[in-house]
Design a protein around this ligand. Structure first.
Ligand code: AMP
Ligand code: GLY
Length: 422
C-alpha cells in the first residue's frame, strides 16, 4: 500500500527506515523529509503543519495510510481533517492529543483518574502564581501549559528565578499563547525513563523501554534540548516497573480517554520519574519520542505497517511485539551552539565510513543536500545508532561510528548510556 509519513527529524528517518522494510509498503512518501530520509522514501515538499496541503496530496495520490511524526499537525487536527476526507491516519485526534498539547489538561486528567504524577496547581493569573510560588518549598517546577518545543519547563531553585519565570511566561509571553496559563508542580527526584506504547483506542501495545538524555552537556548539565541521545532498554525499567507502568499509567490513561469520549488512537509516550520502583508521570506526548525512536526501531522485529493498521482498525488486542534482545544506543550529533543559535550548511564528512560499520545506522535529523555533499540543516543533525551484544558494546560501537563523522563546530555528549551500564 501507499504510505505517507509526516515529519522531517531523526524520529521520522527511523520510522521511514522501518516502514520501508515492510513487505506491505509499495510506496513510501515523506513530507517534508530530509536528505537522509530521501534514501528510503520519496520526499514531498509540504510542511508538516500544512495539514490541508497534506490532505490534498494524500487524496490525489491515493495514500492508504498516513503516519504522523511530530506534535504540531496533531495540534492542528490532522486526524479529524483526514477523517472527513475518508483518509486513514495513524494519529490521535486533536482532543486526544491534549494529553501533550495542554499540561493543565494532562494534570487534571491524571487527578480525575488517579494516575500518579507530581502534585500541582494550574494558574491563569500571574499574581496567584507568584503567591503560590512564595508559599511553598523549593525547588519548584514551572511549566508553560501549551507546546513550547521542549523549552517550556523550568526547574526553579530560588524564588527570584520562579518569579522571573512566571513573569516571562505569563506576562512577557516568552512562549506566546503557550505560557498564558502555567502549571506549577512539586519537584520529583529519581531517574527518568521513557515508556512508549501503540494504542488503538482501547488496547495498549507497549514498546521496549528507553531512556533519553535531555541536557545539552555531559553529566546532565547545561540547558535542556530536544534530546542528545537515547538507549533501549532503560535499566531502571525492570519487569516489575513495567507492569506497574502498564497497570497504573498506560491502561488507565487509555481507558480514561475512552470513557471521556476521546479515544486515544496513536502513539502514547509517558515521560516517567522512577524512584524505589514507583513511576510517576512527568509528561505525556501523543507521538513517538525523538531520539528514543531511533534505538527502539532498530531493535523492533515486528512489521510496523501491520501494527499501525491494526491500531487504526482497533484490533491490537492479543498482539505482541517482537524485539531483538540486543541493546541499542543512539548518540545525537548536533550543530555548534545548539540548543541556542547555530549556523547551517556545514559540510558533513565521514558519513559513508560510519554507515559501513556493522550494526550501525546513521539516522539523519537536520541534513540537506548541497551538490554531492550532505550539509547540516538543523540543531540536531544526526542520530548515530548502534546495536551490541550488551549495552556497553552498543555504546562503544555508536561512539566508534560517531568518531568517523565530522563538521565544523560539531558537538555531542560523550556519556550517552552511562546510567544504563553503571
Ligand atoms: P517535561 O517536558 O514536562 O517532561 O519536562 C522536561 C524535563 O523537566 C523532564 O524531562 C524532567 O527532566 C524535568 N521535569 C519536569 N517535571 C519535573 C518534576 N516535577 N520534577 C523534576 N523534574 C521535572
Ligand atoms: N525525547 C523527548 C521527546 O521526544 O519529547
Amino acid at each position: 500500500m501507499k504510505i505517507l509519513l509526516v515529519g522531517s527529524g531523526g524520529r521520522e528517518h527511523a520510522l521511514a527506515w522501518k516502514l520501508a522494510q515492510s513487505p506491505r509498503t509499495a510506496k513510501l512518501y515523506c513530507a517534508p523529509g530530509n536528505a537522509g530520509i530521501a534514501s528510503c522514501a520519496e520526499c514531498i515538499p509540504i510542511k508538516a503543519e500544512d495539514i490541508a496541503g497534506l490532505r490534498d496530496f494524500a487524496g490525489r495520490e491515493g495514500v492508504d495510510l498516513t503516519v504522523v511524526g511530530p506534535e504540531a499537525p496533531l495540534a492542528e487536527g490532522i486526524a479529524g481533517l483526514f477523517g472527513k476526507a475518508g483518509l486513514r491516519t495513524y494519529a490521535p485526534s486533536r482532543e486526544a492529543a491534549q494529553l501533550e498539547t495542554s499540561k493543565a489538561f494532562a494534570k487534571a486528567f491524571c487527578r480525575r483518574h488517579g494516575i500518579p504524577s507530581a502534585d500541582s496547581e494550574t494558574f491563569d493569573d500571574a499574581e496567584k502564581a507568584y503567591a503560590f510560588a512564595r508559599s511553598g518549598k523549593l525547588p519548584i517546577v514551572i511549566k508553560a501549559d501549551g507546546l513550547a518545543a521542549g523549552k517550556g519547563v523550568v526547574i526553579c531553585k530560588e524564588l527570584r528565578e520562579a518569579e522571573d519565570t512566571i513573569r516571562g511566561m505569563m506576562l512577557d509571553r516568552r512562549f506566546g499563547g503557550a505560557g498564558r496559563r502555567v502549571v506549577i508542580e512539586e519537584f520529583l527526584e529519581g531517574e527518568e525513563a521513557s515508556f512508549i506504547a501503540i494504542c488503538d483506542g482501547r488496547n495498549v501495545l507497549p514498546l521496549a523501554s528507553s531512556q533519553d538524555h535531555k541536557a545539552a552537556y555531559d553529566g546532565d548539565t547545561g540547558p535542556n534540548t530536544g534530546g542528545m541521545g537515547a538507549v533501549s532498554p532503560a535499566r531502571i525499567v525492570t519487569a516489575d516497573v513495567e507492569r506497574t507502568v502498564m497497570d497504573e499509567v498506560l491502561l488507565p490513561v487509555v481507558q480514561g480517554m475512552a470513557d471521556e469520549g476521546m479515544p486515544f488512537v496513536g502513539t502514547l509516550y509517558a515521560g516517567l520519574m522512577i524512584k524505589d520502583g514507583r513511576p510517576r508521570v512527568l509528561e505525556f506526548n501523543a507521538r513517538f519520542g525523538d531520539p528514543e525512536t531511533q534505538p527502539l526501531l532498530m531493535r523492533l522485529k515486528s512489521d510496523l505497517v501491520e501494527i499501525f493498521e491494526l491500531a487504526v482498525e482497533g484490533k491490537l488486542g492479543g498482539h505482541k511485539l517482537e524485539w531483538d534482545a540486543r541493546p541499542t544506543a543512539c548518540v545525537v550529533m548536533a550543530s555548534g551552539g545548539y540548543p541556542g543559535s547555530y549556523e547551517k550548511g556545514k559540510v558533513i564528512k565521514g558519513l559513508a565510513d560510519a554507515g559501513a560499520l556493522e550494526d550501525v545506522v546513521v539516522f539523519h535529523a537536520g541534513t540537506a543536500r548541497a551538490g554531492d555533499d550532505f550539509v547540516t540543516n538543523g540543531g540536531r543533525v544526526l542520530g548515530v545508532t548502534a546495536m551490541g551484544a550488551d549495552m556497553r558494546a552498543a555504546i562503544d560501537r555508536a561512539y566508534q561510528a560517531a568518531a568517523k563523522i565530522s563538521w565544523d563546530g560539531v558537538h555531542y555528549r560523550k556519556d550517552i548510556g552511562a546510567k544504563a551500564v553503571r
